[in-house]
Write a protein that binds this ligand. Structure first.
Ligand code: GTP
Ligand code: MG
Length: 204
């Protein structure tokens, strides 16, 4: 595949985490956003980080030294939900395909993401379904159709995260296929201080 991007969606408020910004919470001594960035860059050529303007400075610090330097795609209006975050992130890139990841997946598996790039080729998206749920924040999209799908979904004020998927030519990658290509830990999301503790214990 030609050049690819990784998009990290990080514009949430981390309400369940309490006082701490989720992107900056450390797992294994490394801020979550940095863990996700390092993993994405094992398979994508460049990175875009989507967040609010007030998050940017701290996230930039957490990502310092990464080469190539990640670009930022700032939410034009905050708190419009993850569909708006994906749209804003994808609008900032010029490659045909991009891997989109939430900021809170410390065990993101680059092998799985690479496989999703392979499966998406020739389609609009490769969406994992490791369990009952789809994982649109751990997926690969063809940029232009997904931007348009997000735009349409956002005609409603708070679309569900799966809303944009319905109009895409999408490949669903099920649990058995995922297990052949990587670890399902990749989908573990960190929402609470208890989740942080769990993730740290896992690394010991
Ligand atoms: N740009 C943008 N991203 C969002 C928004 N809401 C959630 N996200 C991102 O979507 C991903 C999944 O969201 P959640 O796990 O609910 O994270 P969160 O909203 O920060 O956490 P809670 O406030 O506890 O729900 C995370 O990477 C968030 O940063 C939003 O309004 N705008
Ligand atoms: Mg949320």
């Amino acid at each position: 595949m030609s050049e690819t991007n990784g998009v990290i969606v990080a514009g949430g408020r981390s309400v369940r985490m309490g006082e701490t910004e989720k992107a900056l919470v450390e797992v294994g001594g490394t801020p979550l956003v940095r863990r996700v960035a390092d993993r994405l860059l094992e398979t994508a050529d460049r990175l875009v980080v989507n967040c609010r303007d007030d998050q940017r400075g701290a996230i930039e610090t957490a990502l310092s030294g990464i080469d190539p330097e990640p670009r930022f795609a700032i939410d034009p209006a905050p708190d419009r939900g993850p569909v708006a975050g994906i749209e804003t992130g994808l609008r900032a890139i010029e490659t045909d395909y991009a891997a989109v990841a939430a900021v809170d997946m410390p065990f993101l598996d680059p092998d799985l993401v690479s496989y999703l790039f392979e499966r998406a080729a020739g389609h609009d998206a490769a969406i994992p379904r490791p369990s009952e749920w789809f994982e649109p924040l751990h997926a690969v999209y063809r940029t232009d159709p997904m931007v348009e799908a997000c735009e349409r979904a956002l005609e409603e004020p708070h679309p569900r995260i799966i809303e944009p998927l319905s109009s895409l030519d999408r490949v669903i990658v099920d649990r058995a296929e995922l297990l052949e290509h990587g670890s399902l830990d990749s989908f573990e999301g960190i929402d609470t201080p208890e989740d942080v503790q769990w993730a740290n214990e896992r690394l010991q």
